[in-house]
Design a protein around this ligand. Sequence first.
Ligand SMILES: *Cc1c(COP(=O)(O)O)cnc(C)c1O
Length: 414
Amino acid sequence: MKKTLRPESLMMSHGFKPELSEGSIKPPIFLTSTFVFKTAEEGKAFFELAYGIRQKEQEEELGLIYSRINNPNLQILEERLCLWDKTDDCAIFESGMSAISTVFLEFLKPGDLLVYSSPTYGGTDHFIHDFLDLIGIHSIGVTVNDSKEDIIKRISDSGLSPKLGLVYLETPANPTNDLFNISMFREIADHFQTKDRHIPLAVDNTYMGPIWCSPTDHGADLVIYSATKFIGGHSDLIAGAVLGSTGLMGRLKVMRTFLGNMASPHTCWLLLRSLETLKVRMEQQTKNAQLVAKALITHPKVKKVNFLGLLSERDKNHELFMRQYSSPGTMISFELYGGEKEAFACLNKMKLVKLAVSLGSTESLAQHPASMTHIGIKPESRQKLGITESLIRLSVGIEHHEDLIADLFQAIED
Ligand SMILES: *Cc1c(COP(=O)(O)O)cnc(C)c1O
C-alpha cells in the first residue's frame, strides 16, 4: 500500500510538473497576464467552469485563462498550502487583510450579525468598526472571559440571531497569548444554525499555523493566514491565504476574481520557496522561544512573561492549550517593572533584535503594543486586556539562542 507522504516531503514538488516547463526543477515565474487557448472550444470549456455554468467532469481541471482568475504560480502554491491544513482548496491573496476583508464581504450582507473574538488584529478591528458598521453589518465582540452561555445569551438578546452570518476567531490573542476555544465557538455557531443555514466559523491561524494548529480539526470551516508572517517568513513580502471546503472556497474565489485581490506570480513564487523551509524554521524558532522565555523570567527587572510554554498544569488554559496546539509557538510578551520609559529604553538598546512590528520571520523582532500595534485601542480597554505601558512583544527568530538572550539582557539592564 502506498504510504501517504507527509507535507514537508511534498513541499518541494507537489503540484508542479517539470515536463511542462522545459524540465526545470523549480517552477519558473509565470509573468503573463493571459493564456493562449488551443481552440475556441477549449476557451469556452474553461470559462464554463470558471463561471460555474457547469460542474467539472471527472479528472477535468480548470485550464489557465487570465492571471486574475488563475496562474501557475498561484495554483501550485494553493495546492501546496492545502497539504498542511488538509483542506480541499485554498485562495491566496495580496495581503492578510485582503484575505480577511474578502471573507467578511463574501459571508456577511447588510443587516447580518458578526460575532468576533476581542482583541483582534488592529486592521481586522478597524474593518469591523469603520467599514462593516457603516454598511449595516452588526457585530458582537467577545473575550476569553465570556462563557458559552454568556455568548449565546448576548446573541439571543441582540434580537439578531436569525441574522448570524459568521463567527470569527483569532487565537492565540495578540499580544497576550490568551486562548479562545475553537470547538466551543463551533457549538455556539451550531446552536444558531437552521436546517438550511450553516453558520461558518473562520479562524485567523496566523500565530500558530499551519504547523502547530489545524483549526479544521476543531470544527472551523475557514482557516485564514497573514502569509506575510510565518509562511513568508523572511520579512520580504505581504500576502494572505484562506483555506476550506470546495463549496465555501468556490464562493470566496468568485469574490476574489471580482475584487481582483489575488497575489502576483512573483509573490507566489517567493512563497513557494518559503514553504520548503516552513517547518524547519518554525521548529527552530519555537526551540529558541522556549529558551528565551525561560531566561526572561529569571531576570529581576522582568515582572511578567506571557508565553504558552510557561503555562502550568494548574492554569485555566492548560487543558485547552494541550488540546488545540502542538507547540507553544514563538510569540512572547513580557512586562518590565516601570512603564513606557523603561520599555522604550529596553527597545532602544536591543541590537540583534530589531525594533519593528510584524512577526514570524527568521529575524527576531520586538515592539511596544501600547504605542504601536494596539495604539488604536482605548487606554482603559488596553489595561483590561493586559496591554500595559511596560509590555514588550517579541517574535523569536532563528538566531543562536544565547546571542538572543545576551542581547535582551544587556537591553533590560539599567
Ligand atoms: C499581520 C496580521 C494580519 C494582517 O496581515 P497582513 O499580511 O499584514 O495584511 C492579520 N491577522 C494577524 C493575526 C496578523 O498578525
